[in-house]
Write a protein that binds this ligand. Structure first.
Ligand SMILES: Cc1cc2nc3c(=O)[nH]c(=O)nc-3n(C[C@H](O)[C@H](O)[C@H](O)COP(=O)(O)O)c2cc1C
Length: 366
């Protein structure tokens, strides 16, 4: 495999990356009471030392009483948690890496299996954790305003701590995506509506507030997914025209890079073209994009949670699309979770040493 093109640098605003590989954000739940420990810093620093171009943190939650359903997911607010993140970014930088936190509000969730619950009811556009199922409250205007402020504060802190960029988690059925999806956003006020652009208002206000807090020169990524955990085949945008009406306002509001989440990067987004989501997002907006989904592995990530193992697979199809200019960056999840040296093995063509992925890898920080 000739992977040289993946090892070219990438520069955009505050981002100066030595190569095109991004560590995908992956929740690890190793931050007791929301505070990232030294173990968490060591885990990320190993990926920086392992030559990963950009590390995106696991989703880290904003300052709202019910932004999380898991006590051990890191916070991105409060003195202790921010000191933990300061330790993370200092160590990542010392190892020559670049990193941004993935800023997250989960929205209306299922209760965690541990029985732990946040201090307030879950909140979302309509109190639904999936279509037809209620497990929280519909947000009031002041809840929405406070949440937008909390996103902005988290972004401000990311810049203050010295991170290289931030990513907004707008995907996978969590809060921002609950607003996008007509089946979880039943509102009749300005945050709801029949069209996707109308239901994007919340996301646009979050983006604008973040841009206001970090200034023009700080790179801002948003992660989006057409699929939902409750419906893998869902398409928020059914056509390129609908995708244009969804993404262009976000680009205008201040998004620099679209991170287009698919379970399998090779799946075409619309009929009549082999372009994937990242390919279309780049074509439509002209902005750089990140692709993701089963890069270098045979099986996809949600099946991995059910215990399905994946073997290493060829990067040829990825490289074909990358070299054609479909996307600028490539996010890799499970291979980097299981093996901090994955990048070096790819670069040096040590394919026999690639590990694949087994569910057991989730149980520890290596
Ligand atoms: C353990 C685990 C935790 C994840 N947590 C997050 C998360 O916090 N935020 C997010 O946007 N995606 C999350 N994902 C999805 C990954 O970022 C990525 O999109 C997915 O694993 C597909 O990439 P892969 O096939 O290379 O693993 C998670 C995936 C895994 C395996």
């Amino acid at each position: 495999m000739k992977t040289d093109s993946l090892f070219s640098p990438f520069q955009l605003k505050s981002l100066n990356l030595k190569n095109r590989i991004v560590m995908a954000p992956m929740t690890r739940s190793f931050s007791p009471d929301g505070v990232p420990t030294d173990d968490v810093a060591v885990y990320y620093t190993k990926r920086a030392a392992g030559e990963v171009g950009l590390i995106l943190s696991e989703g880290t939650v904003i300052d709202r009483p019910a932004s999380s359903n898991d006590r051990n997911i890191p916070h991105f607010y409060g003195e202790k948690a921010l000191a933990g993140w300061q330790n993370v970014i200092n160590n990542v930088h010392s190892a020559g890496g670049s990193m941004g936190p993935q800023i997250w509000h989960m929205g209306v969730m299922d209760n965690h299996y541990s029985g732990w619950l946040p201090d307030a009811p879950f909140e979302g556009p309509s109190g639904l954790n999936r279509p037809g199922s209620e497990n929280g409250q519909a947000m009031t205007d002041s809840d929405i305003a406070d949440t937008i402020t909390a996103f902005g504060k988290a972004a401000y802190h990311a810049k203050q701590l010295g991170f290289d960029c931030i990513e907004i988690h707008g995907a996978h059925g969590y809060l921002i995506d609950q607003f996008f999806w007509e089946k979880t956003n039943l509102r009749s006020d300005v945050y709801g509506g029949r069209s996707l652009p109308e239901r994007s208002r919340f996301a646009l206000e979050v983006i604008k507030e973040i841009r206001r807090q970090v200034g023009d020169d700080f790179a801002l990524i948003i992660r989006l997914s057409q699929w939902k955990p409750a419906d893998y085949n869902n398409k928020l945008a059914q056509t390129p025209q609908e995708m244009e009406a969804w993404l262009n306002p976000m680009a205008e509001a201040g998004v620099d890079i679209f991170h287009c989440s698919q379970r399998r990067f090779w799946e075409p987004e619309f009929e009549g073209s082999d372009l994937n989501f990242a390919g279309w997002a780049k074509k439509i907006t002209g902005k750089p994009t990140i692709t993701v989904g089963s890069v270098g592995l045979t099986g996809e990530f949600l099946a991995a949670f059910q215990g399905e193992s994946s073997q290493p697979s060829s990067l040829d199809e990825l490289l074909r699309r990358f070299d054609r200019g479909d996307f600028d960056l490539v996010a890799v999840g499970r291979p980097l979770l299981a093996d901090p040296e994955w990048m070096q093995k790819i670069r040096d063509n040590r394919t026999g040493e690639l590990k694949g992925f087994r569910k057991e890898a989730l149980a520890e920080l290596i």
